[in-house]
Design a protein around this ligand. Structure first.
Ligand SMILES: [Zn+2]
Length: 135
């Protein structure tokens, strides 16, 4: 007898790296691509509303997304500084405050996508992530 709960355990095909990145860009569940990762600006449900994939695998799981966020922010600030200073001819004093403001705002703007990207990387590099959820 096949109940609906057994049907839910049917393994989904393993998503490719491109599919995982696309789902991260759309802020969707890395496993099914349907469920939303966020129910508000920063509020994240515990599981996917579509496939019950558990988003936070362990306490502190999303700490890795801070590294992604920091890397993108640091790289952006560095590139913008170089462009403004050496291409635009601006003095460092003119650039400092706008870039400091950007350095504060950019991590807030990138917060959700950094988490989504972290989950996509985790699902891609750790083959057990998606499999564990299907058991
Ligand atoms: Zn899902």
């Amino acid at each position: 007898m096949n109940t609906s709960s057994e049907a839910d355990l049917t393994p989904l095909p393993r998503p490719s790296a491109g599919t995982l990145l696309q789902r991260a860009a759309r802020l969707r569940c890395p496993r099914c691509g349907e469920g939303r990762l966020f129910s508000g600006f920063v509020r994240m449900p515990e599981t996917c509303s579509h496939c019950d994939f558990k988003y936070e695998r362990a306490p502190g799981y999303f700490l890795g997304s801070a590294y992604i966020n920091y890397g993108i922010t640091a790289l952006s600030i560095t590139v913008l500084f170089m462009l403004a200073r050496f291409r635009g001819g601006w003095r460092s004093e003119q650039i400092a405050i706008p870039l400091a403001v950007l350095a504060l705002l950019l991590p807030l703007i990138l917060f959700r996508h950094a988490r989504a990207m972290w989950m996509a990387l985790d699902c891609f590099f750790d083959s057990n992530v998606l499999d564990d959820e299907q058991q």
